[in-house]
Every structure is written in C-alpha cells, then in structure tokens.
Design a protein around this ligand. Structure first.
Ligand SMILES: [Mn+2]
Length: 463
C-alpha cells in the first residue's frame, strides 16, 4: 500500500461527505487539511486567518454537519474489507471538557464531578497485513445521573452504557463476502444484550468476561455459575511470560495455564426490552481461561476469562484467541492519539452540538496519524521511495543532506522522522516513542508548508 500525501488523503476521506451543501464539504476539507498540518493545536492555531477560523466555527454550527455525516464515508471505506481476517476492536473513552465551563449540553463524567461525553469507537484491524484499516463505526453519548430512587423497571428502561457496545455492532453490520470480522470487547462490553447483537451480526467475537457469577448452561446442558465452569475447564497447555515490575510488586516469571470449556449463555431473569423482543434464547460459545499458577504470596495472579465464538480445540486455537484479545492495546493507543495527539479535550466550543462534528473530524484525522505511526514498525524490508509521498522524501533530503534517503526502508524512514523529533537512534534506544515521531512529523509538515508557499511565491514572481 502506498502512503498518499495529506491533500490526497483529505480528498479521499471527506470529498463525499453529505453536508447538504457543496461549499460545506469543501470547507470541511480545508479545515481537515489545516488540522492535519498541526493536529495538536486548537482551531484558532490551525486556522490562522480570521476568515478561515470564522468559517470553521460556522461549519460546526450547521445542523446538517453532524458526527455521523462527517464519519460516514470513512466508515463505509473501512467496512469494504478485502477477503481476510479482521479484528473489530471497540472501547469507550471519556472526553473531558471540564475545563470549559462555558460549554453547554455536556453530560456527567466519572464520579459526577467531570463534564463531557463518552465516545465509543470501533477500530478495524487487518490481521494479515498487520495494519489499521480505519474506524468502522462510532457513537457519542452523554451519561446522565440516575434518579435517586430508581426502580428496577426504570433502570432497565434507561439507556445504559452497556447498550452502546451492541448498537455499534449493528452499525458496523455484517462483513462482506470472504471477510471474517471478530469483535473484541473488554469487560465493559460483557452483558447479555451485547451477545444478542453479536450472535445476530454475522461476526465472531472475543469478549473478556466481567460477570463470573452469571448462570450459564455447561456442555451437558446443566445450569452452572460461569465461575464453576471456569474452575473446571479443560487444560490445553501452559506457557511462561516475564511480568515487569510494578510499584510494590517485583518482576517475575509467571507460569500461565490455558484451559477451555464450552457453554451456552441464556437470558438473565430480568430482561431489557431489547432482549425480550430480539428472540435470542441460547448463545453457544467457548470460554478460554488464562490463569497464572503458583503466583508469589501477596501478588494478584493474572486471570483472563475470554468468551469467544471461535472454535477452540487445541492450544494453538486458544493462543489465537488470546492474541486477538491482546490487540486491544491498539484502541487504547488510538484514544491516546486523538486525546494527546489531537488535543480533543482542549477545543473550546460553546455547545456540545458543535463539539460532536469536531470530534468526528478528529477521529478520522486520528486514524491517519495512527496509521503513520504503525506503518514504520512492520515494513523493515520495503524501500521507502515509491511508498511514501515524494514531497516527504524531498523534505528529509533537505533536512538531512548526508543521508542516502532513497536507500532507506519504510522502517528506517520513520526512524529518521523520529530523529527529527529528537530520537537518538542508538542501539540501546529501541523504537522511537510516540511523542518523538510526532514532533518529527510536525517539523516535516512545517517544512512542507514552507516549501509550498515558496513555490507559490516563485510562480508569482515568474508570472
Ligand atoms: Mn474499556
């Protein structure tokens, strides 16, 4: 896959956004380009001309410019996967706008002191090519305070956060012919309703169990607590991992047992209205148990209980499920990109309605930045020239005249970008960190802007 330059990328992502007026789509593209040039800045820092800034504010103020309208073309592109195996990794993150007291329409965060909204994202990952495909779906929601004396029926009627996991599964939809999509959820997504959506989605899943006290049917059809099934799961094999030290806990080599069981989930005694009407009564799945044995005294042993629709017969099968779950770091990293890389929480707009489309734009821009970050890691053989935009290559040649830029691999190219941001690149330094690649990318972007301006001045003088 070729890395396109920023302008082409912005065109590909946003030119087909339906904002009910062509000039708005054009404006969105220029706001996006300005954002990509310095993603960590605020809107006034990105749109330095007053007329551009005003136009950006006006854009986000239009009722037709919504979160979904901006993201939809990107989502559709992401969902058109080529045949292969893909992970659909979801998670919720808090967008905290506590520091902007003037913004209205925000919800509650954490213990009720924070103000902001929740962003639930689904990220598509191509297992074979080891790369991010894009965002496959997302939803924004506002947490409301539960009424003081809430009855069970009231609680079941109120839209709860657990619902969004399933709703985003529906939004993402079924995979195209030849593609296998595997939804990956952490414990936040473990509720019966989510599994109803998953079972009907045409997708597979790997979900970390949160509710071990729930009743399930074991392989003989007897009702048991999930925790009992976990304790009696069949051992498939074991492995050892090195666990790094944490404050108060020494580093150790942990011995991990991997076991498996077959269960069926059944509806809980108190059903939400969705569960009542969806008609799902039994959801068969496998339980993969990752359990540390002989942990030292005072140390909480590692334990993951993973629920999956994937077939698990052998240790290798179980290993695959564990590996799929371990890819969750990608969504956590993506949330870091949009929060610290794109300063999503620093944007001060007057109402939540205007923040929503801005968050949409940042979410898509964040995919681009995240892709660039991961790209270098996996391409240690391919030559960078022909893969990265020629303007980037030119930039590096100007900034590092002694470097044979055209002989670099993609991996080396991004290491050099990291060096522009202060990465030393000695043997002991490992891989350049997020912040250094970032600041190197910034330097390259400012040089690109300068080169473009210089070109315009030259044409003017010649003309
Ligand atoms: Mn989570």
């Amino acid at each position: 896959m070729k890395v396109v330059d920023n302008e082409t990328w912005v065109m590909n992502q946003f030119s087909s956004c339906d904002l009910k007026h062509k000039t708005r789509t054009k404006r969105l593209q220029s706001v996006a380009s300005n954002m990509l040039a310095c993603p960590e800045k605020s809107l006034p820092g990105q749109n330095t001309q007053w007329k551009d800034l005003k136009a950006a504010y006006r854009l986000f103020d239009r009722p037709d410019v919504t979160h979904a309208a901006i993201c939809r073309p990107h989502w559709e592109k992401t969902r058109a996967t080529r045949p292969g195996r893909y992970l659909m990794i979801s998670d919720t993150t808090d967008i905290d706008h506590y520091s902007h007291q003037a913004t209205t329409g925000l919800g509650m965060l954490g213990d009720g002191k924070g103000r902001g909204m929740q962003l639930h994202n689904c990220l598509a990952y191509d297992c074979h090519n080891q790369k991010i495909v894009g965002q496959a779906g997302a939803m924004l929601f506002y947490r409301s305070r539960a009424p003081k004396k809430e009855s069970r029926t009231q609680r079941l009627k109120r839209t709860r956060e657990g619902c969004y996991w399933g709703e985003v599964v529906d939004q993402v939809g079924p995979p195209p012919e030849g593609s296998q999509w595997i939804h990956v959820f952490d414990r936040g997504g473990d509720n019966f309703e989510s599994f109803c959506h998953l079972a009907q989605s045409g997708c597979d899943w790997v979900v970390r169990a949160a509710q071990l006290h729930r009743n399930v049917l074991d392989h003989e059809g007897d009702t048991k607590k999930l925790s009992e099934v976990v304790d009696n799961a069949q051992l498939l094999g074991s492995y050892e991992i090195n666990v790094r030290s944490r404050p108060g806990v020494a580093a150790r080599t942990a011995k991990i047992n991997v076991s498996v069981a077959t269960v069926s989930f059944v509806p809980p005694a108190h059903k939400s209205s969705y569960v009542k009407q969806c008609g799902v009564n039994e959801i068969p799945m496998r339980v993969v148990v990752v359990q540390e044995v002989d942990a030292p005294k005072g140390v909480t042993p590692i334990r993951w209980v993973l629920l999956t629709s994937l077939p698990v017969e052998t240790f290798e099968d179980a290993w695959q499920v564990i590996e799929d779950y371990e890819h969750r770091w990608l969504i956590e990293e993506y949330h870091k990109v949009i929060k610290s890389g794109c300063s999503i929480e620093q944007h001060a707009l007057r109402t939540a309605d205007r923040l929503e489309p801005l968050i949409a734009l940042i979410s898509v821009i964040g995919i681009r930045l995240f892709e660039l970050k991961l790209l270098g890691r996996n391409e240690r053989e391919t030559k960078a020239s022909g893969r990265v935009p020629s303007s980037w290559m030119k930039c590096l040649t100007i900034l590092r005249p002694n470097l044979k830029a055209h002989e670099l691999t993609v991996y080396e190219f991004f290491r050099e970008i990291g060096k522009l941001g202060g990465f030393l690149g000695r043997k002991s330094d490992g891989e350049p960190g997020w912040q250094t690649i970032w600041s190197g990318y910034q330097k390259m972007q400012s040089l690109l802007v300068a080169m473009k301006l210089l070109g315009q001045i030259e044409t003017k003088i010649r003309g």
